[in-house]
Design a protein around this ligand. Structure first.
Ligand code: AMP
Ligand code: MG
Length: 359
Protein backbone atom coordinates (compact mmCIF):
# COMPACT_ATOMS: atom_id res chain seq x y z
CA UNK A 1 0.00 0.00 0.00
CA UNK A 2 2.81 2.35 0.96
CA UNK A 3 4.71 1.72 -2.25
CA UNK A 4 1.58 2.46 -4.21
CA UNK A 5 1.24 5.77 -2.39
CA UNK A 6 4.80 6.59 -3.36
CA UNK A 7 4.01 5.55 -6.92
CA UNK A 8 0.99 7.81 -7.01
CA UNK A 9 3.08 10.72 -5.77
CA UNK A 10 5.71 10.00 -8.38
CA UNK A 11 3.10 9.79 -11.08
CA UNK A 12 1.63 13.11 -10.05
CA UNK A 13 5.14 14.51 -10.09
CA UNK A 14 5.70 13.09 -13.55
CA UNK A 15 2.51 14.62 -14.84
CA UNK A 16 3.47 17.90 -13.21
CA UNK A 17 6.83 17.77 -15.00
CA UNK A 18 5.11 17.00 -18.26
CA UNK A 19 2.65 19.80 -17.77
CA UNK A 20 4.71 22.60 -16.25
CA UNK A 21 6.49 23.26 -19.52
CA UNK A 22 3.16 24.52 -20.77
CA UNK A 23 1.15 25.47 -17.72
CA UNK A 24 3.55 28.03 -16.36
CA UNK A 25 3.65 30.00 -19.57
CA UNK A 26 1.26 32.49 -21.00
CA UNK A 27 -1.00 31.32 -23.77
CA UNK A 28 1.47 32.21 -26.46
CA UNK A 29 4.90 31.08 -25.45
CA UNK A 30 7.85 30.62 -27.69
CA UNK A 31 10.86 28.44 -27.19
CA UNK A 32 13.56 28.49 -29.79
CA UNK A 33 15.09 25.09 -30.29
CA UNK A 34 18.79 25.61 -30.81
CA UNK A 35 19.00 22.51 -33.01
CA UNK A 36 16.20 23.46 -35.34
CA UNK A 37 16.31 25.59 -38.44
CA UNK A 38 15.10 29.22 -38.12
CA UNK A 39 11.86 28.22 -39.80
CA UNK A 40 11.18 25.70 -37.05
CA UNK A 41 10.45 27.37 -33.78
CA UNK A 42 8.80 25.50 -30.96
CA UNK A 43 5.52 26.92 -29.68
CA UNK A 44 3.49 25.85 -26.66
CA UNK A 45 -0.10 26.69 -25.78
CA UNK A 46 -2.25 25.67 -22.82
CA UNK A 47 -5.95 26.11 -22.24
CA UNK A 48 -8.54 24.47 -19.98
CA UNK A 49 -10.66 22.21 -22.17
CA UNK A 50 -12.78 19.17 -21.28
CA UNK A 51 -12.34 20.03 -17.62
CA UNK A 52 -8.56 19.71 -17.73
CA UNK A 53 -5.47 21.52 -18.98
CA UNK A 54 -5.04 20.85 -22.68
CA UNK A 55 -1.52 21.45 -24.04
CA UNK A 56 -0.31 21.89 -27.59
CA UNK A 57 3.37 21.83 -28.53
CA UNK A 58 4.37 22.21 -32.16
CA UNK A 59 6.94 23.62 -34.54
CA UNK A 60 6.00 26.52 -36.79
CA UNK A 61 7.66 29.38 -38.61
CA UNK A 62 5.92 32.37 -37.04
CA UNK A 63 3.88 33.19 -33.99
CA UNK A 64 0.80 34.50 -35.79
CA UNK A 65 0.13 31.38 -37.85
CA UNK A 66 1.03 29.25 -34.81
CA UNK A 67 -1.42 31.16 -32.64
CA UNK A 68 -4.18 30.89 -35.26
CA UNK A 69 -3.66 27.14 -35.57
CA UNK A 70 -3.69 26.70 -31.78
CA UNK A 71 -6.92 28.69 -31.51
CA UNK A 72 -8.51 26.53 -34.21
CA UNK A 73 -7.41 23.35 -32.41
CA UNK A 74 -8.79 24.53 -29.05
CA UNK A 75 -12.04 25.66 -30.67
CA UNK A 76 -12.43 22.23 -32.22
CA UNK A 77 -11.87 20.50 -28.87
CA UNK A 78 -14.52 22.75 -27.33
CA UNK A 79 -16.99 21.79 -30.07
CA UNK A 80 -16.25 18.12 -29.43
CA UNK A 81 -16.85 18.56 -25.72
CA UNK A 82 -20.24 20.11 -26.49
CA UNK A 83 -21.06 16.87 -28.32
CA UNK A 84 -19.50 14.28 -25.99
CA UNK A 85 -20.02 15.65 -22.47
CA UNK A 86 -22.25 13.63 -20.16
CA UNK A 87 -22.21 16.48 -17.63
CA UNK A 88 -23.94 18.99 -19.90
CA UNK A 89 -27.67 18.77 -20.29
CA UNK A 90 -27.78 19.88 -23.90
CA UNK A 91 -24.79 17.96 -25.28
CA UNK A 92 -25.61 15.74 -28.24
CA UNK A 93 -24.70 12.72 -26.09
CA UNK A 94 -27.09 13.69 -23.28
CA UNK A 95 -29.87 14.33 -25.79
CA UNK A 96 -29.25 10.91 -27.30
CA UNK A 97 -29.30 9.26 -23.85
CA UNK A 98 -32.69 10.86 -23.18
CA UNK A 99 -34.16 8.83 -26.06
CA UNK A 100 -33.39 5.54 -24.23
CA UNK A 101 -36.21 3.04 -24.44
CA UNK A 102 -38.24 5.07 -26.95
CA UNK A 103 -37.51 2.68 -29.81
CA UNK A 104 -36.17 5.51 -31.97
CA UNK A 105 -33.22 5.47 -34.35
CA UNK A 106 -31.61 8.88 -33.79
CA UNK A 107 -29.38 10.48 -36.47
CA UNK A 108 -26.03 11.45 -34.97
CA UNK A 109 -23.25 13.84 -35.99
CA UNK A 110 -20.18 12.51 -37.75
CA UNK A 111 -17.96 12.87 -34.66
CA UNK A 112 -20.42 11.13 -32.36
CA UNK A 113 -20.87 8.41 -34.95
CA UNK A 114 -17.13 7.82 -35.16
CA UNK A 115 -16.66 7.63 -31.38
CA UNK A 116 -19.65 5.34 -30.89
CA UNK A 117 -18.59 2.98 -33.65
CA UNK A 118 -15.01 2.84 -32.37
CA UNK A 119 -16.35 2.23 -28.85
CA UNK A 120 -18.56 -0.63 -30.06
CA UNK A 121 -15.51 -2.15 -31.76
CA UNK A 122 -13.64 -2.19 -28.43
CA UNK A 123 -16.69 -3.63 -26.65
CA UNK A 124 -16.89 -6.44 -29.19
CA UNK A 125 -13.17 -7.18 -28.92
CA UNK A 126 -13.22 -7.14 -25.10
CA UNK A 127 -16.45 -9.07 -24.73
CA UNK A 128 -18.08 -6.07 -23.07
CA UNK A 129 -15.30 -5.11 -20.60
CA UNK A 130 -15.22 -1.75 -22.40
CA UNK A 131 -18.74 -0.40 -22.52
CA UNK A 132 -19.90 3.17 -23.11
CA UNK A 133 -23.37 2.26 -21.84
CA UNK A 134 -21.96 2.09 -18.27
CA UNK A 135 -23.49 5.54 -17.56
CA UNK A 136 -26.04 4.31 -14.95
CA UNK A 137 -23.26 2.50 -13.05
CA UNK A 138 -20.97 5.52 -13.24
CA UNK A 139 -23.81 7.65 -11.84
CA UNK A 140 -24.15 5.22 -8.94
CA UNK A 141 -20.40 5.34 -8.40
CA UNK A 142 -20.47 9.15 -8.25
CA UNK A 143 -23.35 9.00 -5.76
CA UNK A 144 -21.52 6.36 -3.68
CA UNK A 145 -18.50 8.65 -3.55
CA UNK A 146 -20.62 11.61 -2.39
CA UNK A 147 -22.62 9.61 0.16
CA UNK A 148 -19.76 7.32 1.17
CA UNK A 149 -21.93 4.22 0.84
CA UNK A 150 -22.16 1.40 -1.70
CA UNK A 151 -25.30 1.34 -3.86
CA UNK A 152 -27.91 -1.06 -2.42
CA UNK A 153 -28.25 -4.37 -4.35
CA UNK A 154 -31.67 -3.48 -5.80
CA UNK A 155 -30.26 -0.27 -7.32
CA UNK A 156 -27.30 -2.18 -8.73
CA UNK A 157 -29.74 -4.63 -10.33
CA UNK A 158 -31.70 -1.76 -11.90
CA UNK A 159 -28.48 -0.29 -13.30
CA UNK A 160 -27.45 -3.66 -14.73
CA UNK A 161 -30.74 -3.76 -16.65
CA UNK A 162 -29.84 -0.50 -18.41
CA UNK A 163 -26.23 -1.36 -19.18
CA UNK A 164 -24.87 -3.50 -22.00
CA UNK A 165 -23.13 -2.60 -25.23
CA UNK A 166 -25.53 -4.72 -27.27
CA UNK A 167 -28.37 -2.44 -26.12
CA UNK A 168 -26.78 0.33 -28.16
CA UNK A 169 -27.60 -0.34 -31.81
CA UNK A 170 -25.79 1.51 -34.57
CA UNK A 171 -26.98 1.65 -38.15
CA UNK A 172 -24.08 2.51 -40.45
CA UNK A 173 -26.27 3.00 -43.52
CA UNK A 174 -28.35 5.74 -41.92
CA UNK A 175 -25.77 6.87 -39.31
CA UNK A 176 -28.23 6.45 -36.48
CA UNK A 177 -28.05 5.17 -32.91
CA UNK A 178 -30.82 3.47 -30.91
CA UNK A 179 -30.74 2.98 -27.15
CA UNK A 180 -33.08 0.07 -26.82
CA UNK A 181 -33.50 -0.25 -23.02
CA UNK A 182 -35.16 2.35 -20.76
CA UNK A 183 -32.82 4.15 -18.34
CA UNK A 184 -29.75 3.81 -20.57
CA UNK A 185 -27.12 6.51 -20.29
CA UNK A 186 -24.00 6.80 -22.43
CA UNK A 187 -20.63 7.77 -20.94
CA UNK A 188 -17.69 8.50 -23.23
CA UNK A 189 -15.26 9.22 -20.35
CA UNK A 190 -12.92 6.42 -21.40
CA UNK A 191 -12.50 7.38 -25.06
CA UNK A 192 -13.58 10.99 -25.76
CA UNK A 193 -10.41 12.60 -24.47
CA UNK A 194 -8.25 10.44 -26.73
CA UNK A 195 -10.52 11.24 -29.67
CA UNK A 196 -10.24 14.97 -28.92
CA UNK A 197 -6.43 14.73 -28.72
CA UNK A 198 -6.33 13.10 -32.16
CA UNK A 199 -8.70 15.74 -33.49
CA UNK A 200 -6.56 18.61 -32.12
CA UNK A 201 -3.50 17.04 -33.73
CA UNK A 202 -5.39 16.77 -37.03
CA UNK A 203 -6.29 20.48 -36.92
CA UNK A 204 -2.62 21.38 -36.39
CA UNK A 205 -1.60 19.05 -39.20
CA UNK A 206 -4.15 20.53 -41.59
CA UNK A 207 -2.83 23.99 -40.70
CA UNK A 208 0.59 22.78 -41.90
CA UNK A 209 2.08 21.90 -38.49
CA UNK A 210 2.63 18.18 -38.40
CA UNK A 211 5.49 18.24 -35.88
CA UNK A 212 3.11 18.38 -32.97
CA UNK A 213 2.41 16.87 -29.57
CA UNK A 214 -0.88 17.28 -27.70
CA UNK A 215 -1.54 16.24 -24.09
CA UNK A 216 -4.38 16.30 -21.60
CA UNK A 217 -3.94 14.69 -18.17
CA UNK A 218 -2.07 11.40 -18.61
CA UNK A 219 -3.13 11.02 -22.25
CA UNK A 220 -1.32 12.27 -25.32
CA UNK A 221 -1.21 12.26 -29.12
CA UNK A 222 2.10 12.57 -30.95
CA UNK A 223 2.41 13.66 -34.58
CA UNK A 224 5.61 13.84 -36.60
CA UNK A 225 8.78 14.11 -34.47
CA UNK A 226 10.46 17.39 -33.52
CA UNK A 227 13.18 18.44 -36.02
CA UNK A 228 16.17 16.13 -35.92
CA UNK A 229 14.53 13.71 -33.48
CA UNK A 230 12.98 10.28 -33.76
CA UNK A 231 9.98 11.21 -31.69
CA UNK A 232 8.53 12.94 -28.66
CA UNK A 233 10.10 11.77 -25.43
CA UNK A 234 7.75 10.86 -22.58
CA UNK A 235 8.72 9.66 -19.13
CA UNK A 236 6.83 6.70 -17.72
CA UNK A 237 6.31 6.42 -13.99
CA UNK A 238 9.24 4.49 -12.47
CA UNK A 239 8.82 0.73 -12.45
CA UNK A 240 9.95 0.38 -8.89
CA UNK A 241 9.05 3.45 -6.85
CA UNK A 242 11.19 2.31 -3.92
CA UNK A 243 14.20 2.22 -6.17
CA UNK A 244 13.85 5.53 -8.06
CA UNK A 245 15.68 6.13 -11.35
CA UNK A 246 16.74 5.00 -13.85
CA UNK A 247 13.53 6.41 -15.31
CA UNK A 248 11.95 4.83 -18.36
CA UNK A 249 11.24 6.89 -21.42
CA UNK A 250 9.25 6.10 -24.50
CA UNK A 251 9.69 7.87 -27.82
CA UNK A 252 6.48 8.49 -29.72
CA UNK A 253 5.83 9.54 -33.30
CA UNK A 254 2.40 9.35 -34.94
CA UNK A 255 1.02 7.45 -31.98
CA UNK A 256 -1.13 7.91 -28.89
CA UNK A 257 -0.46 7.10 -25.24
CA UNK A 258 -3.02 6.84 -22.45
CA UNK A 259 -2.93 6.08 -18.75
CA UNK A 260 -5.74 4.44 -16.78
CA UNK A 261 -5.96 3.47 -13.17
CA UNK A 262 -7.41 4.14 -9.77
CA UNK A 263 -4.67 6.46 -8.58
CA UNK A 264 -6.56 9.67 -9.10
CA UNK A 265 -10.21 8.77 -8.81
CA UNK A 266 -11.33 6.25 -6.26
CA UNK A 267 -13.45 5.85 -3.19
CA UNK A 268 -12.82 3.73 -0.08
CA UNK A 269 -15.98 2.11 1.30
CA UNK A 270 -15.94 -0.39 4.17
CA UNK A 271 -12.17 -0.57 3.83
CA UNK A 272 -12.30 -1.53 0.13
CA UNK A 273 -10.92 0.79 -2.53
CA UNK A 274 -13.11 1.15 -5.63
CA UNK A 275 -11.82 2.66 -8.86
CA UNK A 276 -13.83 5.03 -11.07
CA UNK A 277 -13.47 2.35 -13.76
CA UNK A 278 -16.48 0.09 -13.53
CA UNK A 279 -16.69 -3.59 -14.31
CA UNK A 280 -19.92 -3.74 -16.36
CA UNK A 281 -20.51 -7.32 -15.18
CA UNK A 282 -20.70 -6.40 -11.48
CA UNK A 283 -21.72 -2.75 -11.68
CA UNK A 284 -19.01 -1.89 -9.16
CA UNK A 285 -15.74 -0.01 -9.46
CA UNK A 286 -12.63 -2.17 -9.91
CA UNK A 287 -10.93 -3.19 -6.72
CA UNK A 288 -7.79 -4.45 -8.44
CA UNK A 289 -5.32 -1.56 -8.06
CA UNK A 290 -3.51 -1.02 -11.28
CA UNK A 291 -1.89 1.59 -13.43
CA UNK A 292 -2.07 0.82 -17.12
CA UNK A 293 -0.17 2.67 -19.83
CA UNK A 294 -1.09 1.87 -23.43
CA UNK A 295 0.53 3.06 -26.63
CA UNK A 296 -1.51 2.68 -29.82
CA UNK A 297 -1.54 4.10 -33.35
CA UNK A 298 -3.86 6.90 -32.16
CA UNK A 299 -4.90 8.42 -28.85
CA UNK A 300 -8.56 7.32 -29.04
CA UNK A 301 -7.46 3.68 -29.31
CA UNK A 302 -4.87 4.13 -26.54
CA UNK A 303 -7.52 5.72 -24.29
CA UNK A 304 -10.09 2.98 -24.88
CA UNK A 305 -7.51 0.19 -24.60
CA UNK A 306 -6.03 1.50 -21.33
CA UNK A 307 -9.49 1.39 -19.73
CA UNK A 308 -10.23 -2.00 -21.29
CA UNK A 309 -6.99 -3.54 -20.04
CA UNK A 310 -7.75 -2.18 -16.55
CA UNK A 311 -11.07 -4.08 -16.58
CA UNK A 312 -9.77 -7.25 -18.23
CA UNK A 313 -6.72 -7.60 -15.98
CA UNK A 314 -3.20 -8.51 -17.11
CA UNK A 315 -3.77 -11.93 -18.71
CA UNK A 316 -6.70 -11.08 -20.99
CA UNK A 317 -5.60 -7.47 -21.29
CA UNK A 318 -2.16 -8.30 -22.67
CA UNK A 319 -3.68 -10.78 -25.12
CA UNK A 320 -5.83 -7.98 -26.48
CA UNK A 321 -2.83 -5.65 -26.72
CA UNK A 322 -0.71 -8.27 -28.54
CA UNK A 323 -3.58 -8.80 -30.99
CA UNK A 324 -3.86 -5.06 -31.75
CA UNK A 325 -1.47 -3.88 -34.49
CA UNK A 326 0.86 -1.12 -33.25
CA UNK A 327 -0.22 -1.42 -29.60
CA UNK A 328 1.97 -1.85 -26.52
CA UNK A 329 1.29 -1.72 -22.79
CA UNK A 330 2.81 -1.64 -19.36
CA UNK A 331 0.72 -2.73 -16.41
CA UNK A 332 1.63 -2.02 -12.80
CA UNK A 333 -0.46 -3.90 -10.28
CA UNK A 334 -0.45 -4.26 -6.58
CA UNK A 335 -1.74 -7.67 -5.57
CA UNK A 336 -1.62 -7.71 -1.75
CA UNK A 337 1.49 -5.82 -0.68
CA UNK A 338 3.81 -6.36 -3.58
CA UNK A 339 4.18 -4.52 -6.85
CA UNK A 340 3.95 -6.45 -10.10
CA UNK A 341 4.93 -5.23 -13.54
CA UNK A 342 3.78 -6.78 -16.79
CA UNK A 343 4.72 -5.52 -20.22
CA UNK A 344 3.59 -6.40 -23.72
CA UNK A 345 6.10 -7.64 -26.27
CA UNK A 346 6.01 -4.48 -28.38
CA UNK A 347 6.79 -2.06 -25.54
CA UNK A 348 10.52 -2.43 -26.29
CA UNK A 349 9.97 -0.86 -29.72
CA UNK A 350 8.97 2.39 -28.03
CA UNK A 351 11.47 2.47 -25.17
CA UNK A 352 14.17 5.06 -25.63
CA UNK A 353 17.53 3.95 -26.86
CA UNK A 354 20.54 6.18 -26.26
CA UNK A 355 20.54 7.66 -29.75
CA UNK A 356 16.97 8.96 -29.56
CA UNK A 357 17.90 12.08 -27.58
CA UNK A 358 15.61 14.63 -25.98
CA UNK A 359 12.89 16.68 -27.53
P1 AMP B 1 -10.25 6.30 -18.21
O1 AMP B 1 -9.78 7.29 -17.19
O2 AMP B 1 -9.89 6.63 -19.61
O3 AMP B 1 -9.87 4.90 -17.85
O4 AMP B 1 -11.85 6.36 -18.22
C1 AMP B 1 -12.59 6.18 -17.03
C2 AMP B 1 -13.95 6.76 -17.24
O5 AMP B 1 -14.64 6.00 -18.25
C3 AMP B 1 -14.83 6.69 -16.01
O6 AMP B 1 -14.73 7.89 -15.25
C4 AMP B 1 -16.21 6.52 -16.61
O7 AMP B 1 -16.71 7.78 -17.03
C5 AMP B 1 -15.96 5.68 -17.85
N1 AMP B 1 -15.97 4.22 -17.61
C6 AMP B 1 -15.92 3.57 -16.42
N2 AMP B 1 -15.91 2.24 -16.59
C7 AMP B 1 -15.94 2.02 -17.94
C8 AMP B 1 -15.95 0.84 -18.75
N3 AMP B 1 -15.91 -0.39 -18.23
N4 AMP B 1 -16.00 1.01 -20.10
C9 AMP B 1 -16.04 2.24 -20.65
N5 AMP B 1 -16.04 3.38 -19.94
C10 AMP B 1 -15.97 3.28 -18.58
MG1 MG C 1 -9.50 5.49 -21.27
Amino acid sequence: MRSFKILSRLLILLLAVLLTGCASRKDLSRLTDSKSKPAETRFEFTRPEMGMAFHLTFYASDSITASNAANAAFAHVRQLNAIFSDYEDDSELTRLSKTAGQGRAVPVSEDLWRVLSQAQGFSRRSNGAFDVTVGPMVQQWRRARRQRALPPPDQLAVARGSVGWRKLELDANHRTASLIAPGMRLDLGAIAKGYALDAALAVLRSSGFSRAFVTCGGDMAAGDPPPGRKGWRVELAPLDPTNVPPAQFVVLANAGLATSGDLFQRVILNGVRYSHIVDPRTGLGLTDHSLVVVIAPDAAAADALATTVSVLGPEEGLKLIEATPGAAARILRQPADRMETRTSRRLGEFLETRTDGKH
